[in-house]
Design a protein around this ligand. Structure first.
Ligand code: FPP
Length: 246
């Protein structure tokens, strides 16, 4: 089935978040090193972003490196950073040509200096693009983000800049790294794992979850279209009854 033709373009999710999982297993299946999986995962990233812009998705957020990923073998961490740096370097012009804005969430200060430099350069060069915002979650975990937001708010209260009764969900959201993104309507995780792994925990309160057995390096735009098609078949009730919705 050609899912692209079946998608209702007037009911697209504005923001799709993705947990790109299964690179290591994909490589292992082929008798290769894990890094081979990560390198091939970049082809999926490119195809999915192209597919997303093609149909008019406005925000895509990719879980590229979690806080917990720092605990992987040193060589793998170094290889992932290398892939990240070279991909950003090579693809910045493609982002510009396609009117894609690059954005980052996470503890960017924990990244190697050359990686930070490359990212900041690409962020600056694409800052005025508006067709799609591509956010990379790097050295990111939702609990880290929630904790840093709580700390900042506490400091403001302590300094007398903020009153306790001014704190509500809206104010809290504004202190998260995701403050400039709408909440995702759809979260996709590849590789058959049914977990959210410390990803966007605050933001996915009402997000539809979609799991596929495909490993990330096998995931392509038609898989994205299938996920969107599946999403559009669901009834989102936000705590209401079906009758209230109609
Ligand atoms: C999970 O597969 C994938 C990752 C940890 C992401 C790797 C990140 C990159 C290659 C950099 C991304 C760069 C850009 C520009 C988006 P896994 O290793 O957990 O696979 P497994 O579960 O099969 O072991």
């Amino acid at each position: 089935m050609d899912y692209k033709d079946q998608i209702n373009l007037s009911k697209l999710p504005k923001h799709i978040a993705i947990v790109m999982d299964g690179n290591g297993r994909w490589a292992k299946e082929k008798g290769k090193l894990r890094v081979f999986g990560h390198k091939n995962g970049i082809l999926s990233v490119k195809d999915v972003i192209e597919g997303a812009t093609e149909i008019g998705i406005e925000y895509v957020t990719l879980y590229a490196f979690s806080t917990e990923n720092w605990n992987r073998p040193k060589l793998e961490v170094a290889a992932i950073m290398e892939i990240l740096i070279s991909t950003i370097h090579k693809e910045t012009q493609t982002l510009i040509d396609n009117n894609v804005r690059l954005n980052v969430i996470g503890n960017i200060n924990a990244l190697p200096a050359n990686c930070k430099r490359e990212l900041n350069e690409a962020i600056d060069k694409t800052a005025h693009n508006y067709r799609l915002t591509l956010t990379l979650a790097l050295s990111y975990s939702a609990r880290w983000d929630i904790t840093q937001a709580a700390k900042t708010i506490a400091q403001k209260v302590q300094a007398g800049e903020l009153q306790l009764d001014e704190i509500d969900e809206n104010l809290f959201s504004k202190h998260l790294n995701t403050h400039n993104l709408p909440n995702p309507e759809l979260l996709i995780r590849t590789s058959g794992e049914h977990r959210v792994s410390n990803y966007l925990l605050w933001e996915i309160a009402y997000t539809e979850l979609y799991f596929t057995n495909k490993l990330w390096p096998d995931f392509r735009r038609h898989d994205l279209f299938e996920a969107i098609y599946n999403f559009q078949k669901r009834e989102r009730r936000f705590g209401l009854t079906s009758e209230q919705l109609t």
